[in-house]
Design a protein around this ligand. Structure first.
Ligand SMILES: CC(C)(COP(=O)(O)OP(=O)(O)OC[C@H]1O[C@@H](n2cnc3c(N)ncnc32)[C@H](O)[C@@H]1OP(=O)(O)O)[C@@H](O)C(=O)NCCC(=O)NCCS
Length: 145
């Protein structure tokens, strides 16, 4: 299992989009627009690859010098609950610490909250609606790790 930071619009990026579309968008009746994908050229794309297949992904958006937002976290269906999500987040966090990042924020779907809580992320404030489903804002201080 390889942990990679991949280039926007590369072959692996296109696999990342297929995974995100299947896991995060299609179930909600949504799809990516070309404008949304263009905007992602300024973001950082991290994946786990096994036998040439992207099994897990997450996107990191810079917020300021020492803070980022994690979005679009997904693990392929047949590999869920096998530690891949935990593995990917931990490797992203150690990469970000080396870049001087101290805090990660994210908007978690309600179903994913136990996953992030187990990794030390805490909910902040009240739930809100995004893409038609309930989300909670969560954050994690990497310096506290
Ligand atoms: C949420 C997701 C990223 C978790 O990745 P994963 O590789 O399955 O998670 P892990 O195997 O690392 O899970 C670690 C722990 O988190 C918790 N956890 C993970 N998924 C969970 C779920 N669906 N319900 C409750 N707890 C969960 C469990 O405590 C789990 O440990 P256990 O399996 O020993 O009980 C993955 O299930 C996924 O892609 N889901 C669909 C897309 C999605 O909802 N993405 C998040 C958007 S905010």
């Amino acid at each position: 299992m390889d942990f990679l930071e991949i280039e926007w619009n590369s072959n692996l990026y296109r696999q990342e989009i297929e995974l995100r579309d299947r896991l995060l968008r299609a179930p909600l009746g949504l799809s990516f627009t070309s404008e949304e994908l263009e905007e992602e050229s300024a973001e950082f794309h991290f994946v786990l690859v096994e036998n040439g297949e992207v099994c897990a992904c997450a996107v990191i958006v810079p917020i300021c010098n020492d803070e980022v937002k994690l979005r679009q976290m997904a693990v392929t269906e047949h590999r869920q609950r096998q530690g891949l999500g935990t593995n990917l987040i931990r490797q992203i966090e150690s990469t970000l610490v080396k870049r001087g990042i101290q805090k990660i924020q994210l908007n978690a779907r309600e179903k994913a909250i136990p996953f992030y809580q187990r990794l030390g992320y805490q909910t902040v404030g009240d739930p809100f609606m995004e893409v038609g489903i309930t989300h909670w804002k969560m954050h994690h201080h990497l310096v506290d790790c």
